[in-house]
Design a protein around this ligand. Sequence first.
Ligand code: GTP
Ligand code: MG
Length: 195
Amino acid sequence: LFAGPVDFVKGVVAMNGLPEADRLEVCFAGRSNVGKSSLINALTGRKGIARASNTPGRTQEINYFTLGEERYLVDLPGYGYANAPLSVVEKWQRLLKQYLQGRQTLRRAFVLIDSRHGVKAVDEEIMTLLDSAAVTFQVVMTKADKVKEKDRQKVLDQVRGALSKHPAAFPELVLTSSEKGDGISTLRAIIAGLD
Ligand code: GTP
Ligand code: MG
């Protein structure tokens, strides 16, 4: 699946701009700067197809990418702190929530959590929203290269504890580094295996 063509489709700024719901899709949600866009670049092997940057709030639209003919990968704006005007941030946060609750063809939401920081209150809020909408979500730990082996376990325990309270959570975590490539083939296989 990931050997096939990957293309940017469009950036969506309102629910009525979403592409026709004619195929399965997965999305990447998480706090601003957690590494959503970088992960899409790593998964597709197309550096820069999703724009990443060190400024929180880089992605401000719902960006659609095709994966072969039958799937969409969806890069979402971040939640939590963003380096953008409040009125703008509120607009895209509202859209983000509408999307997560209202997209029929959303098969799984990947919720990205920074390997250094674990689950924060804003992550809990999104997980609760996904529970209510009955959207299965799976946690992807990002930036694994930035955490020392000895510090990793504590964060993982915190994340597992948090997940145990969410009925929509898929129990298996995926540890990734978009920088070093860890976990990327595992995540590709998970996405390819959804039907
Ligand atoms: P927003 O669009 O602002 O919500 O951010 P995002 O979640 O899309 O994050 P993005 O992919 O833009 O990455 C944010 C910063 O983290 C960039 O400077 C990336 O280079 C860096 N980054 C992302 N993934 C990794 C990783 O696996 N390892 C390291 N070391 N840095 C990473
Ligand atoms: Mg982004």
